[in-house]
Design a protein around this ligand. Structure first.
Ligand code: NDP
Length: 235
């Protein structure tokens, strides 16, 4: 089945910013493929076809992108939204934990891009919208591995944008501040917390929880993503 509507693929569409973006893109006239790691647990979203996708798995990424292209014939917009945080003092986070964050936040973006770009280059059009963060631009004590992952997304996206422009493809960065989602609850804590950092960790956790609780509504960030996808002004 192909479609005359432009096609958007949104990773991490089961909650938060991804869910709001999938719904907003559908309302804006896109055929939307949204992803979650487990479609059997996902709430159906009006106008959104949900597919299983783990951005940390090469095989899962290849299967999900192929499914989208086979079903709808093209991918016009890729929203690389799936992401997790990681709190704690730097040496409380094991390298395995930091690698886990990079595997989703950085290599997940690269895996999706590698799978989708050949289609966009062939179409000679497309938009890749990458969710960075305010912490892709400024430091974030007690969230260092997360901030490093988002700084990496910034460098990758800006470099890629220069590489693919001549094919009619653009790469855009969204850098939200605190947004009211399950992000803080879904972010891992240190594997081996060190008592010496107990009080700093408590303060940092509180700052993050407050930033998320009092942050923007996911729909506000979604309206910026729709604007990036359609070249319009955010509503
Ligand atoms: P949520 O925790 O609400 O949503 C995260 C989404 O990522 C879920 O839908 C989850 O889907 C998906 N996800 C997690 N791991 C994987 C994986 N391995 N493969 C595929 N999907 C995965 O967080 P937000 O909506 O807040 O976060 C969305 C993005 O926005 C992230 O990149 C985050 O870094 C960024 N951001 C968030 C801010 C905030 O304050 N909330 C501020 C700045 C940036 P499922 O579990 O169903 O697979």
């Amino acid at each position: 089945m192909s479609t005359t509507r432009p096609v958007a693929l949104v990773t991490g569409a089961s909650s938060g910013i991804g869910k709001a973006s999938a719904l907003a893109l559908s309302e804006a006239g896109f055929t939307v493929v949204g992803s979650t790691r487990d479609t059997s647990r996902a709430t159906p979203l009006d106008g959104v076809t949900m597919v299983d996708l783990d951005v940390a798995s090469d095989a899962s990424v290849a299967a999900a992108v192929q499914q989208g292209v086979e079903r709808f014939g093209r991918i016009d917009v890729l929203v690389n939204n799936a992401g997790i945080g990681l709190t704690g003092a730097a040496e409380e986070n094991s390298i395995a934990q930091a690698q886990g964050v990079f595997d989703i936040n950085v290599f997940g973006v690269m895996r999706m891009t590698n799978a989708v770009l050949p289609h966009m280059r062939a179409q000679r059009s497309g938009r890749i919208i990458n969710l960075s963060s305010i912490f892709g631009l400024i430091p974030a004590p007690y969230l260092a591995a997360y901030a490093a992952s988002k700084h990496a997304v910034e460098g990758y996206s800006e470099s890629l944008d220069h590489e693919v422009r001549e094919y009619g493809v653009r790469v855009l960065l969204i850098e939200p501040g605190g947004t009211n989602t399950g992000f803080e609850a879904n972010s891992p804590r240190p594997d081996s917390p060190l008592p010496v950092y107990e009080s700093q960790r408590r303060i940092a956790d509180q700052v993050l929880a407050t930033a998320v609780r009092d942050g923007d509504a996911p729909a506000t960030v979604a309206s910026v993503i729709v604007a990036a996808a359609t070249d319009s002004k955010p509503k």
